[in-house]
Design a protein around this ligand. Structure first.
Ligand code: N01
Length: 514
């Protein structure tokens, strides 16, 4: 949406193509019960227009999907974006014409567009993995994918429900549908670390403070690691005396679980420090869940905490104390198959009226590779990325001139506040186009050398982090056959922004212009 606005502002003729039936992306598709953002709304909102940030008022600290979708629609109306967006339209191929030096974009609906520049803002989590369990098509009850939740109301009250998957989506769904189902079976393969969200209504005085100081606050947050107001510390965990450290952990748990990530500096760098926080959270699970056997199964043990994206919940662990909730440990007893009536585990059929699959996404590269993208001399992106994504700054790809990606795989992507990252990317691309106009260039292309150096930088940053150690959508291991890589920039939004600024200051080094 911001790319469309910015490109229109510079006087270009623009056309946006959108697969969904409305704006909002993730928040258009993921309408499942309990869907809510795990970044605070004062951060997860546009900063480029002070008018927008003054006019709009969030009602909660962490907002619901419906409110974020409302916000997206408000921004689209405010900027008059709708007239340039073609909805229900999915790009099928994007091909470079070497002779014309233009992009030919075809859609599944049969449209053909011809463009000098093409910006791909397809998102890191937009291609659902689906249900890769035998028999899924035979199920005669209702089967819903969290990421393709129906627009009409789904009646869940009093039904026998099974939720498959316990990542962020599954955890949010379970926390809500446990109170609706006659019985809920939670099919958990790898347990997630989930932290208390401590959501709350926004206090009007607080809102007034934020609005008064918003522009200055944004200047600071866009140069932080996460791109938000979450605390960050320079203190390594073991530098803090044990009593003080424990008090800090307790305080974070009590006030806002996501603060646990920021109160020490080395949790993603040093396994022993990470273990202390992981043990603390495992201890909390043990305190909350009354049945020790269930508690033990809910405790994540295979990955460092925060190496997978942590979930934020409202009373997730608490629902396992309810008589109508059963945890099925799919690590010891995997789902064998789905039948017309339910799910078979350990040779026994669990009868269900509704199955909700929150099984994740072909993340980071999935959406780009679902389009047949061909660059110079017909070279295909799929082939170029066969061993993993390769781009420069996460915004430009060698061999694909005048094609840009935003908040994409080789940038901070889903590790940063997605809205501010998108703004940074779009502004940077806009400045690059200014530079081209000022110097009479028509075409820009990343060099292979720049791409290699950038990938070395990503690898170096990743090598210092515990994140690549986990099996997760970060590393692509959730999709069978996908190469295992850690393709995101792990240095934080602020440092990434500085890297991009340096490239611009050095005359857009790493790019060829012609
Ligand atoms: O997906 P996931 P998600 N049988 O990949 C399980 C963002 N997000 O949609 O780990 C049984 O994390 C799988 O098990 P395993 C956020 O960035 C944000 O929940 O492969 N289980 C795992 O438990 C998040 O990280 C928000 O062993 C199967 C689960 O399905 C990202 O989206 C809310 C299975 C998938 O978890 C993705 O989250 C929601 C099978 N065959 C999402 N296949 C907020 O802002 C998969 N699983 C709060």
């Amino acid at each position: 949406m911001y790319a469309l606005h910015k490109m229109r502002e510079r006087g270009l003729k623009t056309q946006a193509i959108e697969a969904g039936g409305g704006v909002g992306g993730t928040w258009y598709w993921n309408r499942y019960p309990g869907a809510r953002c795990d970044v605070m709304t004062i951060d997860y909102s546009y900063s480029f227009s002070n008018e927008i940030q003054q006019e709009w008022t969030w009602t909660e600290r962490f907002c619901s999907q419906s409110e974020i979708l409302e916000y997206a629609n408000y921004v689209a109306r405010k900027l008059d974006l709708f007239r340039d967006i073609k909805f229900d339209t999915r790009a099928s191929s994007v091909e470079y014409d070497d002779a014309k030096r233009r992009w030919r974009i075809e859609t599944e609906q049969g449209d053909v567009y011809d463009a000098k520049y093409c910006i791909l803002s397809t998102g890191p989590l937009s291609v659902p993995k689906g249900v890769d369990i035998p028999g899924a098509d035979d199920f005669q009850g209702e089967l819903y994918l969290s990421a393709r939740w129906p627009h009409e109301k789904v009646e869940l009250d009093g039904k026998r429900i099974g939720v498959i998957g316990t990542g962020s989506s599954g955890v949010q769904i379970v926390s809500v549908v446990a109170h609706q189902a006659s019985h809920l079976h939670v099919f958990q393969r790898t347990p997630s670390f989930s932290l208390p969200m401590r959501n709350a209504k926004m206090d009007p005085e607080y809102v007034a403070q934020i609005k008064k100081h918003y522009p200055a606050m944004r200047e600071v947050t866009r140069m932080t690691f996460s791109g938000g107001t979450r605390p960050a510390s320079s203190r390594p965990l073991f530098s803090v005396p044990v009593d003080e450290r424990n008090a800090m952990l307790e305080e974070a748990w009590k006030t806002a679980g996501h603060n646990l990530l920021g109160i020490f500096s080395d949790l993603l760098l040093y396994k022993e420090a990470n273990d202390v926080v992981a043990d603390f959270v495992r201890g909390k699970i043990g305190e909350i869940v009354k049945d020790p056997d269930v508690a033990e199964k809910l405790k994540p043990k295979s990955e460092p905490i925060f190496a997978r994206r942590p979930c934020l919940d409202t009373n997730y662990y608490e629902v396992f104390n309810k008589d109508n909730v059963t945890l099925v440990d799919c690590l010891s007893t995997p789902i064998e198959r789905i039948t017309p009536r339910g799910v078979i585990v350990a040779g026994e059929e669990i009868e269900l009226d509704v199955i909700i699959a929150a099984t994740g996404f072909d993340a980071l590269t999935g959406a780009l590779l679902s389009i047949d993208i061909k660059g110079k001399q017909g070279a295909s992106l799929k082939e170029k990325w066969a061993e993993g994504a390769r781009s420069y700054l996460g915004m430009a790809i060698q061999g694909f001139p005048n094609l840009f990606t935003t908040a994409a795989v080789n940038g901070p992507s889903a590790l940063a506040n997605f809205i501010l990252l998108n703004e940074q990317n779009v502004n940077w691309i806009n400045d690059l186009l200014d530079y081209m106009d000022a110097n009479g260039f028509d075409t820009v292309e990343a060099t292979e050398e720049a791409e290699n150096k950038w990938l070395d930088r990503i690898a170096l940053l990743a090598s210092r982090s515990l994140m690549p150690k986990a099996n997760t959508w970060y590393t692509g291991t959730n999709i069978p056959g996908k190469p295992r890589t850690f393709p995101m920039y792990a240095g934080g939004l602020g440092r990434y922004t500085e890297d991009c600024q340096l490239v611009a200051q050095n005359g857009y080094e790493g790019f060829d212009f012609y």
